[in-house]
Design a protein around this ligand. Structure first.
Ligand code: GLY
Length: 350
């Protein structure tokens, strides 16, 4: 199936199709130009080779897997490779991987020669339902996530759900957190589907076929939000539901200790009414996400992290709150009030 994104910063199709990665040459505009495939060491080689098969003489730039490599050093060496190989403004980048890859490759595309085309081929569920769409590109800087970046829309996004079958179970859960976020804030029917469907496979088992439809429904929400507020002046902040506390928890527990989606799960729980939380907690458990308090940092640490988060740069934080499933409201609150909400929250049992 194909979805379409239309923004004043760029319009593009999203193809969701099993086996699509082997049709990259048809689905993306890769011929008659130089193509640099950007990927990392965590991405299975056959996915990279499938994209390479659709290009004429591609350049492959593969960096070491890990958030710590979403850095100026990696960006610099990618830009140097493009320059060294004579890439010009008519050439293109294809990002094959998770959010670290698509964020960094997209930012390279945004900045090289004032901007060249790029395509996203997400190979994690987290990236498929969130980072690959919407044109937020960035690197981390000076200890802060996504501090240097640009809004630069891809020319197309290719999601092949079969590539998600090689993900470890915990990585699937990581992506499901973003799906739950979209449903809880915007789509009660999708939330009911999530309540009624087994989405997390056993370790080593493929994802259920229902995931194709779930990805499309989650992306339909993201597309609506992005089309109405591409530069995040207002509405797009809803996509940060659970993220302000989530990022603060992520930075307190140490890089890699908890996955992004796990922190978002913990960050969503205090931001709901009691009735919504009663439905959210069992969904998180079934999606393999944490609901317990043992990961929570001290209030002092949490406040420091909240105040360092760029979304909390002003005196107030734009908090997103869900009073009933499928809807949200935004409220400006202080970091102290947000921290208090977290500690007052009756979390579930692990
Ligand atoms: N990941 C949040 C956004 O795209 O705005």
């Amino acid at each position: 199936m194909t979805l379409q994104v239309n923004t004043h910063l760029g319009s593009y199709p999203i193809t969701i199709e099993r086996g699509a990665i082997r049709r990259a040459g048809e689905l993306l505009n890769l011929t008659g130009r130089r193509v640099c495939i950007v990927t990392d060491t965590g991405v299975p080689e056959p996915y990279v080779q499938a994209i390479a098969a659709g290009c004429e003489n591609p350049l492959i730039f593969c960096f070491a897997q890990g958030e710590q490599n979403k850095s100026f050093d990696t960006l610099r060496s990618l830009l140097a490779q493009l320059l060294h190989h004579g890439f010009d403004r008519t050439d293109a980048i294809v990002a094959v991987g998770g959010g670290v890859v698509t964020d960094l490759a997209g930012f390279a595309a945004a900045t090289y020669m004032r901007g060249i085309d790029f395509y996203n081929v997400p190979t994690t569920l987290l990236c498929a339902v969130d980072a690959s769409v919407g044109g937020k590109t960035a690197i981390d800087f000076d200890g802060y996530k996504n501090m240097i970046g640009a809004f630069w829309q891809p020319r197309a996004v290719l999601i092949d759900p079969e590539t998600l079958d090689t993900l470890p179970r915990r990585r699937i859960a990581d992506g499901l957190a973003e799906v739950v976020k979209m449903a809880l804030t915007n789509d009660a029917a999708l939330f009911e589907t999530i309540e009624q469907t087994v989405l997390l496979p056993g370790e080593g088992e493929p994802l259920p076929e229902a995931i194709d439809d779930i990805i499309a429904r989650a992306l339909a929400i993201k597309i609506f939000v992005v089309e109405n507020d591409v530069r995040e002046k207002g509405l797009r902040r809803v996509l940060n539901f659970g993220h302000t506390l989530g990022h603060a928890i992520e930075s307190c527990v140490g890089l890699g200790e908890l996955y992004h989606g796990e922190c978002v799960a913990l960050g969503m729980v205090p931001m709901c009414s009691d009735a919504v939380r009663a439905r959210l907690l069992p969904v998180l458990v079934r999606c393999g996400l944490p609901t317990a308090t043992k990961h929570l940092p001290s209030k002092h640490e949490l406040l420091r992290a909240l105040k360092h988060d760029k979304k909390a740069a002003g005196a107030h934080i734009h908090a997103v709150i869900v009073d009933s499933v499928g809807s949200f409201r935004m409220e400006n609150i202080t970091a102290e009030a947000l921290a208090d909400a977290l500690y007052a929250c009756p979390f579930g049992k692990e």
